[in-house]
Ligand binder design. Structure first.
Ligand code: NAD
Ligand code: TDX
Length: 368
């Protein structure tokens, strides 16, 4: 049985990945989920796995080397899938330090512990020798490549790094550490750089769930700047599938960009959500009365706001055969349906801390 160590598995993409993996491999795999449960980590995301003997949750911090080493001592880990990170750009602008600590130092700890557990004392490779079939996958983002001009060019694996926010700079730093481990120690790893994800279990600080939640409650829909910034949206399950395919079919030491040529301006996304909500809510639902474009509110722009992200997924398609399966029109309906069916999940998440965050982040913007 193959054993996975997933970091950050209680977050948005990590929990979708764990669900995907158990659906795909069933009892043939065991997953250890290492997560410290920050505001973004939610055990409810994995509640359905309670009682599954092949799922083990360990509450620990990736910056705690002793705790991470202990997991490698206790279990014979075959695959590491490293999601754990501080992930929200706006928070990184207000408080960069947590990003530097978790994303850069935390990734350093994960690499060091995996290397120590997998390394063989000697062998034919002067750079490094490892137990067979051990692999580390570092989950990263397209934001490390910086910003593209409107309507021109794509991010390739060869595009130079040019991060602008503390978040993307810290992710770039973590990618560089993984590259350094591969080059210096021949450490068996891959990096994936993915575009913006959306889908179930996404925390409502990110654009799509924030807009869905605010629209349902008749709250203003904050649009940064002119609303014409472009993101390349991917349904989260397609990302989970890509990660698994890269680990099993990709070439070690390679980076793969993950995205589906689905560029949309933020304002387009918001209008699609409003139309889809109205389409999907039953006739007579009183919320329909307030779900309209009158809620759209232009607010102060994000500092250093990247204009456009767009991934060229040519390499992952050609070498591995991965392609996104969920078109945006379908993915957004699946996502909205999930939020309709999980109102409790949302009301638990939107607790006192979230309200404080919201007031702190948007209170001043709306008055601007
Ligand atoms: P998220 O914020 O929803 O989840 C992060 C998880 O990591 C949470 O469960 C949190 O508790 C955990 N965590 C944070 N700090 C930790 C620490 N010090 N020790 C242990 N656990 C810790 O993030 P997400 O959106 O699911 O993103 C997951 C990964 O994918 C991140 O590395 C992110 O950079 C990358 N990524 C995200 C997107 C996106 O659109 N969301 C796109 C590309 C790449
Ligand atoms: O209230 C808002 N209003 C608004 O106009 C919010 C929260 C966002 N926006 C804009 C900013 C961006 O142009 O929407 C776009 C998307 O914003 P986010 O959802 O915050 O995502 P982004 O900044 O693009 O980063 C995301 O994608 C890449 C994830 O948060 C990262 O973790 C991932 O690496």
């Amino acid at each position: 049985m193959r054993t996975y160590l997933v970091t950050g598995g209680a977050g948005f993409i990590g929990s979708n990945y764990i669900h995907y993996m158990f659906r795909k491999y069933g009892d043939d795999i065991r997953i250890i989920n290492l997560d410290v449960l920050t505001y973004a980590g939610n055990p409810e995301n994995l509640k359905d796995l309670e009682g599954n003997d092949n799922y083990i949750f360990v509450k620990a911090d990736i910056t705690d080397k002793e705790a991470v080493s202990k997991i490698f001592e206790e279990y014979d880990i075959d695959r590491v899938v490293h999601f754990a990170a501080e992930s929200h750009v706006d928070r990184s602008i207000k408080d960069p330090e947590a990003f530097i600590k978790t994303n850069v130092y935390g990734t350093g700890v994960m690499l060091s512990c995996a290397k120590a557990a997998w390394e063989l004392p000697e062998g034919p490779d002067p750079l490094g020798n490892y137990k067979p079939d051990k692999k580390f996958l570092h989950v990263s983002t397209d934001e490390v490549y910086g910003s593209l001009p409107e309507g021109e060019g794509y991010f390739y694996e060869t595009t130079p790094y040019s991060p602008h926010s503390p978040y993307s700079a810290s992710k770039a730093g973590s990618d560089m550490l993984v590259k350094a481990y591969m080059d210096t120690y021949h450490f068996p790893a891959n990096i994936t750089n993915c575009s913006n994800n959306y889908g179930p279990y996404q925390f409502p600080e990110k654009l799509i769930p924030l807009i869905i939640n605010n629209a349902l409650h008749g709250k203003k829909l904050p649009v940064y700047g002119d609303g014409k910034n472009v993101r390349d949206w991917l349904y989260v399950e397609d990302h989970a599938k890509a990660i698994d395919m890269v680990q099993e079919k990709g070439k070690l030491f390679e980076t793969y960009n993950v995205g589906g040529h689905n560029e949309k301006q933020n304002i387009e996304i918001i209008k699609i959500i409003l139309n889809t909500l109205n389409e999907m809510l039953p006739d007579g639902d009183e919320r329909k009365a307030h779900i309209n474009e009158g809620l759209i509110t232009y607010v102060e722009d994000r500092k250093g706001h990247d204009r456009r992200y767009a991934i060229a997924p040519d390499k992952i398609k050609k070498e591995i055969g991965w392609e996104p399966e969920t078109r945006f029109e379908e993915g957004i309906k699946l996502t909205i349906k999930w939020y309709f069916e999980h109102e409790d999940w949302m009301s638990n998440v939107v607790n006192g801390d979230y309200m404080k965050y919201y007031e702190n982040m948007y209170g001043k913007k709306e008055k601007a």
